[in-house]
Design a protein around this ligand. Sequence first.
Ligand SMILES: C[S@@+](CC[C@H](N)C(=O)[O-])C[C@H]1O[C@@H](n2cnc3c(N)ncnc32)[C@H](O)[C@@H]1O
Length: 338
Amino acid sequence: MTADDLKTQFRQQSQAALSLNVAYIGVVNGLFTTLHRLRQASAQALAEAAGIDPGYVLRWCDAAYAFGYLDADGDTFRLTPQGEAMRPEAPDTLMPMAVQSVLSAHMAERAAGLMRNGERPGEQVLAERQTVLPWFGPMLEATFGPMFEHTICPAVPVFAEVDARGGLAVDLGCGNGWYLRALARRCGKLRGLGIDGFEENITQAQALARQNGLSDRLRFQHGDIHALTLDEPADLIAMNRALHHVWEKDTQTLFAWLRANLKPGGAVVIWEPAWPAERRALREPSRRGMAFQNLSEHVQGNHFLRPEEIQAAFAQAGMTATVHLFAQGNEAVVVARR
Ligand SMILES: C[S@@+](CC[C@H](N)C(=O)[O-])C[C@H]1O[C@@H](n2cnc3c(N)ncnc32)[C@H](O)[C@@H]1O
């Protein structure tokens, strides 16, 4: 490859990143949603309807037009199919990619600076960007909710058992509560308790449970997984992309807690990205994002786990665990019983 070829390749990659940055600005300010509702509008009318500054909206419209999210007829804009697909409400929305792209840029900047002294500030790094944190839950829900409902639930027998058994499901590190909402919709007899360390997530989870008519069965409260007391033992304890957040602190105590807080016959279900056994597997395009994310997880005091490590931790706590792999082996669901 010549130097010019390399420049062309990197220019294309950099345009893809810029395109997602432009989309992010529209997503978090409701511009795609508002323009969809108006069908077509001038930048001024769009700004008024969205309740934001017209000067910024005019510049955003030009950028969104340049990257193909908007078409223009004179000074009147409307969404292109790409713009429609970026709406957070669109089926199979592209919104998570836009949010992830800006979050990744933030984490890269933090990792670059912190690498010099080895400091790992922890979870609060996510909250350093005012506009990102509220989109963290919706991003995860849009990315993993459909996989849970359509692929994981039908393939992992524990979910049919939960439906038959009812009782209490506890979701540790519940984010915006999408998992408990999905479970409660499937399992009419199930109650849920979600715990998360970010107030923002709990506020969203409570509001979404209310909007979905599920607040009589689902409770969400702010709390720390490491310092939690349950009022009653659980039939199901779930951790989705949360175990790697608490793994480095005191794994043995956590796994003993999981076992102690489970009813006989109950199950712990852990869903985690599956860190591959071999480094060369990271070169596969489907795993590159995971490799970057593991670097940004380091900033937060975390690292990704191999499914066998999770299985071994359960064994040490006296529980037998089964690993189910999905998404070309990149997603692991580990089910353990007392
Ligand atoms: C990657 S997110 C996953 C969120 C959610 N389970 C989902 O699948 O969308 C990890 C979550 O764990 C929460 N978390 C991390 N450490 C925690 C702790 N010690 N106590 C409570 N929540 C914690 C974070 O606030 C975050 O919402």
